[in-house]
Design a binder for this molecule. Structure first.
Ligand SMILES: *[C@@H]1O[C@H](CO)[C@@H](O)[C@H](O)[C@H]1NC(C)=O
Ligand SMILES: *[C@@H]1O[C@H](CO)[C@@H](O)[C@H](O)[C@H]1NC(C)=O
Ligand SMILES: *[C@@H]1O[C@H](CO)[C@@H](O)[C@H](O)[C@H]1NC(C)=O
Ligand SMILES: *[C@@H]1O[C@H](CO)[C@@H](O)[C@H](O)[C@H]1NC(C)=O
Length: 347
């Protein structure tokens, strides 16, 4: 009995602790991804700019809307070499420039934990994942580039999941009965966290879904802005599958080869603004533990996500004149299309 336990424990502790690469092989993978990401920084910039142009004009229906200050600075550049989408004619009339593209901004870290709320089966293939969840409209524009070629990658499945406005994942409404009064762990690797809420509602799928990248390497979702829960900075989870099997009968899928596991974050100023909006104000821990700031994220996930200079923080823009009208958030993930990860840091 005891030897078996001992053999298992170090593995569990190993993944729950700091999520840095530890073996020489993992370090090597990180080094080459980092180098490739720097190399791709310019391509990522062009890619994001083209997507912003497309999204701005699609969402707003027109340009020159005086209330849309965020996009105003963006219109002044040669068209970019990205394959034109269906609305190409409309979009080509006002090229835009993003003056804020920074070195390797938006390229996501290699691998951080998938956390305890992933469902290996049952995530629907769909773009609108909001279902009946009340909250701030959030349009996600997620680009995928291959770090080996710096080219956008069409037709890979981007799978995402996030907590609702009051901090619950679909299927996991309550703590385990014997843990209802649990307090966050103090110190240790799980400092600040509660035990994961068990999955008790098997039919719930809100704020979970997957959609393949289009021919420009972009996957877009309609969602609500995520809420927060004990110990974790506000975040969205993702996995990227170059191979998957669709179950036509129920529109779900089974993932095949896994090219990426990651988490995305938001700047604290937007988190702060959302905190004050209904129904985010109804978060049960709002007046007790409150929202965990990015820099205090448990398990070092926020910091680890920045390893090697990667920046997994969305670039956000308001869809209208005020935040309540919605937010569009952009991120680009650099993935290695020839790699197949066994999700090293599952935890
Ligand atoms: C981006 O950062 C890397 C690493 O710090 C540096 O080598 C490279 O010159 C930078 N590129 C640009 C365009 O600033
Ligand atoms: C969807 O269909 C597949 C294939 O029949 C099945 O294995 C899976 O359990 C179903 N999933 C759900 C959520 O119904
Ligand atoms: C979030 O989900 C939980 C669990 O399903 C639910 O009780 C709560 O009402 C939801 N929050 C909102 C704002 O709908
Ligand atoms: C991508 O993965 C392949 C296969 O593991 C590896 O040989 C290659 O060095 C990786 N490329 C980068 C840029 O990390």
């Amino acid at each position: 009995m005891r030897p078996a336990l001992l053999a298992v424990l170090p593995i569990i502790l190993g993944v729950a602790a700091h999520k840095t690469a530890h073996t020489e092989e993992e370090k090597q993978v990180e080094r080459s991804l980092r180098n490739a990401a720097y190399h791709c920084a310019a391509a990522v910039g062009d890619f994001t700019t083209a997507r912003k142009r497309a999204f701005a004009q699609k969402a707003l229906g027109q340009t020159g809307n005086p209330s849309v200050t965020d996009y105003a600075q963006l219109f002044d550049q040669e068209p970019l070499g990205i394959e034109a989408g269906p609305d190409a004619e409309f979009l080509s009339c006002t090229p835009i420039q993003d003056t804020q593209i920074e070195n390797n901004t938006c390229v996501l870290t290699p691998e951080v934990t998938e956390g305890p709320y992933y469902h290996n089966a049952g995530h629907p293939i769909r773009q609108n994942i909001a279902e009946y969840q009340d909250g701030l409209l959030l349009l996600l524009d997620i680009g995928v580039i291959d770090v080996e070629t710096c080219k956008p990658v069409p037709n890979v499945l981007v799978d995402i999941w996030l907590a609702n406005a009051t901090g619950h994942y679909a299927g996991h409404p309550d703590p385990a009965p014997h843990l209802v009064n649990e307090q966050p762990q103090v110190g240790g690797s799980r400092s600040g966290l509660l035990s994961a809420f068990p999955r008790t509602k098997y039919q719930e799928t809100f704020l979970r879904g997957a959609w393949p990248t289009d021919r420009n390497g972009v996957s877009q979702f309609t969602s609500i802005f995520p809420g927060y829960y004990t110990g974790r900075a506000t975040h969205i989870h993702t996995k990227v599958y170059p191979e998957w099997t669709v179950h036509e009968e129920n529109s779900t899928f089974t993932g095949g080869r896994l090219a990426h596991v990651g988490q995305w974050f938001f700047e604290d100023d937007i988190n702060m603004a959302v905190d004050k909006m209904h129904p985010y104000t109804e978060n049960p821990i709002r007046h007790t533990r409150g929202r965990t700031r990015n820099w205090r994220d448990s398990l070092n996930i926020f910091d680890d996500s920045h390893l090697n200079g990667y920046n997994p923080v969305f670039k956000t823009h308001l869809l209208g004149g005020v935040i309540g009208q919605g937010v569009v958030a952009y991120i680009t993930m650099g993935v290695n299309m020839s790699a197949s990860y066994d999700n090293w840091w599952k935890g």
